[in-house]
Every structure is written in C-alpha cells, then in structure tokens.
Design a protein around this ligand. Structure first.
Ligand SMILES: Cc1cc2nc3c(=O)[nH]c(=O)nc-3n(C[C@H](O)[C@H](O)[C@H](O)COP(=O)(O)O)c2cc1C
Length: 501
C-alpha cells in the first residue's frame, strides 16, 4: 500500500512539474511572440498563432487529404500567395519537382521562349518612362515598372501605410494614396506619391463636394506628390463610390478626409461635376493647371465608346489636351468593401479591356503621349509580364503589396478585425504590423517582381519587359490549345510599327 502511495505521490509530483514546465514554456513562447516583430499573427495571437505556421507546414504533406490544392483557393490561390510571401521574405524563390499550374486551363498565359534567350550581360535596365512630357510644368519620370495601387487611409491602417511608404521609397516605386486623402504617414517614408482624387474628393473637397483649389494647390506643393489620378471608377464596384464603414472612421481618418467621426463614409457614384467627356477633359486641364503635374484618370472599362469620344475631343482641343495617363482597373479588382453584385458581375477584366484601351489610344494617335497603367490580380511575375505583352507602361498592385505586408486573405477588410493589422484601426491588432520590418518586405517584393518579370522577358529574347509584344504571349483557350495574343487582339494598323519592332 505504501508503495502504491509512493508511486501515486511520484506521479502527482511529476504531473505538477510537467504542468509547471508547460506553463513556463508557454509563458516564454508568449513573451517571445509578443516581442518579436516579424510575424503579425504571432504578435497578435501569441502562442496559438504558431499553429497557423505548423498547419501551413503540415499542409505540404496532408494537402491531398484535408486541404484544397495549390490552385483552388480564391481570389488568390496558395501558389500565388506563397510566391509573394517568399519574395517579400527574401527566401529562395525556386520551387521543386514541377509546376502545379494547369497549363491547359483557359486563360493561362504561355510565353513564347526564344531559341536564343537574352544573355545576362545583354539584359537592359528598364527604360526611363516620362509621364506628362510636354503637357505640364513638372513631368514625372521613373524606371520602375511595378508600383503600389491606391488603398485609402481608412481602408488600410496607419502602420500599413507607414510600411508601404518606406518600402516604396527603398524600392524606388510610387505609392498611390487611394481616395482617402493625403496623410502624414504617406509622406513619412519619402516615396513618390500619386494623389488620388476620389469621387468625394476627400482631402481636396469643399463642404458642397466640389473641388477646393487651394487645398489641391497645397497638396501639389509637396515635392513628393508627383502625379494626380482622378478616380472615375474601381474594378470591384463600378458605378459605386468608396465605402468606409463608420467603425473604421476614427478621429484621425475623419480629419484627413474632412468628414464626421464614426459615420459611414460613402462617396458618390461619380464626381458630381464630371458627367461627360467634355467635363472630364475640363477637369483634367483644371487640375493640371493648378498642380503643374501629370494628371490622369482611373477607370474600369465596361462600355467603351466614351473613350473613343474622349480621344477625338482631346485631339480636337490640341496636342497637349487629354489625360497624361489612364489607369485601367480590372473587373476582378480588390476593395476594402463593395456590394457583391458589382464585385462579381460588372466591368470587364483587364484581360479584355487593356488591349482595347491600348488600341483605342493607338488609333487616335495618342498612344505615345498617354501612358497606360494597369491593375488587377497582377501579383505574380507571369501576370505582370502578360500586361507588358498587351502594351501596358506600368503595372500597379494593391493586394500583392498587402500579401507582402503579411495579409493572409482572411477577407475581413470591411470589419475592422483584420488579424494582420493591415485593414483595421484596432490598436491591439495593429501591434502585429511592425512598419520597419514590413517595409523591407515591400521593398523585396517589388524588387523580386521586377527581377522575375525580367527573366520572362529574357527567356522571350528581349532585353527588358517593356520590349515584350503581344506575339510573345499565347493564351490557352477552352479547348486546351493556345492562341497568340496578337491573333486574339490584332494590333490596329496604326500600331504596325510597334507590332513588328
Ligand atoms: C483594401 C483596399 C483598398 C482599396 N482602396 C482603393 C481606393 O481608395 N481607390 C481606388 O481607386 N482603388 C482602391 N482599391 C483598388 C486597388 O487600388 C486596385 O485597383 C485593385 O485592388 C486591383 O489591384 P489588385 O488586384 O492588385 O488588388 C483598393 C483595394 C483594396 C484591396
């Protein structure tokens, strides 16, 4: 009996020690997690957040039993997200064994490799592209091809903007403010900035919703602000203005936007003072005259006859009239919040609309002067390279850079509960996003993107991505066979020079 008691005592003693050690271990992990600055999820959810990484690791081995395959998640699949994460972390960007991409799936771009790819020593630095040459007092030039698309202060958090602005400066790319106005955090990093004038004109609005020219002039006085983008529409919600739920309208955001605290902030469906191509051209000229900087507009394309009218009218006004750039957003673009019918069913994707816009400008003889920026699910090198084949001058991304900041596609952007601190103003959750660390990731993602788009260009035998042409890319059709992009979207006659360059 005594022996049994001794054994029980020993077991109890061991149990207490084991529990004590476990508690100490958890406490140590807790402290390690809340004090480290690299992983937002572990910082925000100490200890239990580690299971995400464990499951991610185990998913490699168990995915065929429990998890979706690499290419099945939406809007971005695991393979695409993993590429961004690896690029942002500066990890090995190679993958093993073979492609998990279904190369016979309709819409897949296949690049036409050249028998004699470009040698490393023959690779060219990207060209310097100037926007607004000959039309404004301060044109803007940049060599960078891949930039940060508009995400407003409000839709995304202070630390997210700080990380983007510092990362953009380090990478040399621009940061678009989105429609929420210019905050000190956009300026903080010293990056080039594109100021977006949304339909509510946040940051440059008079109480009646019209343009406040004095405020606009003040914004233009910042040397960092390089261009102005008039937002007509956004791919995720064509015909609907920006929507910021009241829960995200903090005092600081309200002050930057010039609106009441805590109330839903819904922008009008269009600029109240722009209801025709004539008014758009007038507005562009007005903003360019006040700011002295390049001015363009952002739109998702649905109907497109108006664009042809705009070009004819601009041509009639003279060689310096019209936009300096057009940003073409895709019908499947992202957003902080949008109604599902608009998100799912309205507006063309850039796979169709980008060549259309390029060809309209070419036919109108405006292609050289009007630069084309494109956005829409271009978060990996093949998507960006395909955009250059179609004829884009620049590619911008919002969600690609969100992944670089640590986004895990929790899709809570409209609820103020983003677990990675990117789209929330909850201070506790923002703690996870340490701007200094994430700025490095933004820089590395931008740089790795340009490097790997360059690899595709070199494989096709051209010296840099902007030399890619439609015939360098084939697009897989429903029957599994690919068709050259220049057969799907033949170059207009006016572009024959470009097509054979
Ligand atoms: C959180 C979030 C906020 C956004 N805010 C704006 C905005 O203020 N103005 C705008 O024109 N587009 C906004 N967008 C759209 C993006 O700028 C971009 O056009 C679209 O997401 C497509 O690019 P992507 O596929 O790389 O995300 C936002 C997108 C996201 C995800």
């Amino acid at each position: 009996m005594e022996l049994v008691n001794q054994i029980l005592g020993l077991l109890a003693y061991t149990f207490v020690i084991a529990v004590g050690l476990a508690v100490i271990g958890i406490a140590i992990l807790y402290v390690v997690d809340v004090t480290q600055t690299t992983h937002a999820i572990r910082r925000n959810y100490p200890v239990i957040g580690r299971f995400r990484y464990l499951f991610e690791e185990l998913g490699e081995f168990f995915r065929q039993y429990f998890f979706a395959m690499d290419r099945e998640e939406m809007p971005f699949n695991r393979a695409e997200r993993s590429w961004v994460y690896r690029a942002a972390k500066g990890a090995d960007s190679t993958v093993a064994f073979g492609s998990t991409r279904d190369l016979s799936r309709a819409g897949t771009p296949v690049f036409v490799n050249c028998a004699w790819p470009t040698l490393g020593e023959d690779a060219a630095m990207p060209q310097l592209v100037t926007v607004g040459a000959g039309t404004c007092r301060q044109p803007y030039s940049t060599e960078r091809m891949f930039h940060i698309s508009g995400m407003s202060f409000g839709a995304i958090s202070r630390p997210a903007i700080q990380a983007l602005s510092n990362g953009a400066r380090m990478a040399g790319c621009w940061l678009n403010t989105g429609e929420g106005g210019l905050s000190p955090y956009h300026l903080e990093g010293g990056a080039d900035i594109v100021f977006q004038i949304g339909t509510a004109k946040y940051g440059v609005r008079k109480p009646d919703g019209s343009l406040d020219e004095d405020h606009l002039r003040e914004i233009a006085e910042h040397a960092q602000v390089r261009m102005f983008e008039i937002k007509l529409s956004q791919g995720a919600k064509p015909g609907k203005g920006g929507m910021l739920p009241g829960v995200k309208v903090t005092a600081e955001i309200a002050a930057v936007r010039g609106i009441p605290v805590g109330e839903d902030s819904d922008s009008p469906n269009r600029h109240v003072d722009i209801g025709s191509t004539t008014e758009l051209l007038d507005f562009i000229e007005r903003v360019r005259e006040i700011t002295g900087k390049p001015v363009g507009f952002k739109t998702v394309i649905g109907a497109h006859r108006w664009l042809e009218d705009l070009c004819s009218e601009a041509a009639a006004r003279g060689p310096t009239a019209g936009p300096d750039f057009i940003t073409v957003d895709s019908g499947d673009g992202g957003t902080g919040a949008a109604p599902m019918p608009l998100m799912d069913c309205v507006g063309l994707t850039v796979r169709e609309s980008l060549p259309l816009v390029i060809d309209i400008l070419t036919e109108a003889g405006m292609r050289d002067r009007v630069k084309v920026i494109v956005s829409g699910k271009m978060i990996i090198p093949s998507a960006v390279a395909a955009a250059f084949c179609m004829g884009a001058d620049f590619v911008v991304s919002a969600r690609g850079f969100m992944f670089a900041l640590g986004c895990i596609q929790a899709m809570k952007c409209n609820q103020n509960t983003c677990p990675t601190g990117i789209t929330t103003h909850d201070k506790r959750l923002q703690r996870g996003l340490v701007p200094v660390d994430k700025a490095e990731r933004v820089k590395r993602y931008q740089q790795q993107m340009e490097t790997e788009v360059g690899m595709i260009a070199h494989s096709c035998g051209v010296s840099e991505p902007r030399h890619l042409r439609r015939y360098h890319c084939r697009v897989v059709q429903a029957n599994g066979r690919s068709v050259p992009m220049d057969k799907l979207f033949p170059y207009p006659k006016a572009a024959s020079k470009q097509a054979t360059a």
